[in-house]
Design a protein around this ligand. Structure first.
Ligand SMILES: Cc1ncc(COP(=O)(O)OP(=O)(O)O)c(N)n1
Ligand SMILES: Cc1nc(C(=O)O)sc1CCOP(=O)(O)O
Ligand SMILES: [Mg+2]
Length: 215
């Protein structure tokens, strides 16, 4: 069964530590109400049990919003959480294994850093729903990320990718318009939303920048 296209335009990636006392679930709810269109549950430090509890809380917080939740790395927890898909990278389990766990109805995103990564993934075809490409700019959220690749690499990946691409790394409202101008499908954002004093306002400014609205 074909999956409906996923709206990646403002893609929140949660960070439990950055979200602080406000929490990932409240952050997801406020962000969705302010225009986030997808949420990725990302917590490299959580145990599987903690991830399931957090994921279920995020799903409950988003009830009725229509915003899909994707689980970072832990593809085996997607169904237990009740999430809509998963996101994996070059060092995680492979696309075939992930798709076998997910079945045909769940979304799957893959991180790439280079054009060669896109060519290497091409044979997976419809097993993949979208690519994440980054880090585009310098960022402080993912210590083991590659060096910033710059907007040129994003443009090169976009020129060869058969899948929609979302940019990640150092993206805030100001840079969102730059990403949109490349033809990317969206911006994936952690610290410009998580832990911000007003999550809804922070998300709204990214939403407005993506929509080309002057604020
Ligand atoms: C939307 C999006 N793009 C890229 C990544 C990074 O994935 P990965 O390289 O697997 O690194 P981790 O996030 O797992 O540390 C992402 N999570 N989301
Ligand atoms: C989770 C993640 N993945 C990256 C990649 O390049 O694949 S960069 C990153 C963190 C991005 O955080 P921020 O929005 O705070 O800059
Ligand atoms: Mg990963």
């Amino acid at each position: 069964m074909a999956r409906a296209p996923i709206d990646l335009s403002v893609y929140l990636v949660t960070d439990t530590v950055l979200c602080g006392e406000f929490g990932a679930a409240a952050t997801a709810r406020a962000a969705a109400a302010a225009g986030a269109t997808a949420v990725q549950l990302r917590d490299p430090h959580a145990s599987d049990d903690e991830m399931v509890a957090l994921g279920r809380a995020v799903i409950a917080a988003l009830e009725g919003s229509g915003v899909p939740v994707l689980v970072n790395d832990r593809v085996h927890l997607v169904h237990a959480i009740g999430a809509q898909g998963a996101h994996i990278g070059q060092s995680d389990l492979g696309v075939d294994e992930a798709r076998a766990i997910l079945g045909e109805d769940s979304y799957l995103g893959l991180s790439v850093q280079t054009v060669d990564h896109v060519h290497a993934a091409r044979h997976h075809g419809e097993s993949i729903d979208y690519l994440g490409i980054g880090p585009i700019w310098s960022q402080g959220t993912k210590p083991d990320a590659a060096a910033p690749s710059g907007i040129d690499t994003l443009e090169r990946v976009l020129s060869v990718s058969p899948w929609p691409c979302v940019a990640i790394g150092g993206i805030d409202a100001r840079r969102t318009a730059t990403v949109r101008a490349t033809g990317a499908a969206g911006v994936a954002v952690v610290s410009a939303i998580c832990g911000q004093p007003d999550v809804a306002a922070a998300t709204g400014s990214i939403r407005a920048a993506w929509d080309g609205v002057r604020v």
